[in-house]
Design a protein around this ligand. Structure first.
Ligand SMILES: [Zn+2]
Ligand SMILES: [Zn+2]
Length: 132
């Protein structure tokens, strides 16, 4: 699989060659805070399969299980891009919305549903529009 992506402003871009090891959606409080939405979707790859162009800023926090999470974002536009976990060295999580083509993504697991906001699911009663 050959995939490309970038932040919103284009200062940071990347190329992935290789299959995702894992694809997940997460509703934990940290994911809600960092995304500003009800959940986070990430695909995890071998870091050696990912070539990054441009420089990111990082923020570190400690996960529920005591591991260090390092999250990378564009210092110019603030887009979230990558995450690393001290538990899984050599791996990299990529924010799925940053890929140029997102059609291949299919979450294999949904995590922290206990913290999922009631509004963060499809509701047929709410009107939808094809565009704004
Ligand atoms: Zn940017
Ligand atoms: Zn999470």
């Amino acid at each position: 699989m050959k995939l490309t992506g970038s932040c919103l402003c284009g200062a940071v871009s990347y190329e992935v060659s290789g299959e995702p090891l894992r694809m997940a959606q997460c509703h934990c409080t940290a994911c809600r805070k960092i995304t500003g939405t009800g959940h986070n979707v990430q695909a995890f790859f071998n870091a050696s399969d990912v070539a990054i162009n441009g420089k990111t800023s990082t923020h570190q926090s400690t996960s529920d299980s005591g591991n260090t999470r390092t999250r990378h974002f564009c210092p110019n536009c603030g887009s979230r891009l990558f995450s690393e976990n001290s538990k899984a060295p050599g791996g990299i999580g990529i924010a799925v919305g940053s890929f140029d083509d997102v059609s291949w993504f299919k979450p294999e697991v949904v995590l922290y549903v206990s913290q999922r906001p009631a509004w963060d699911r499809d509701d047929a009663a709410i009107p939808t529009r094809e565009e704004m």
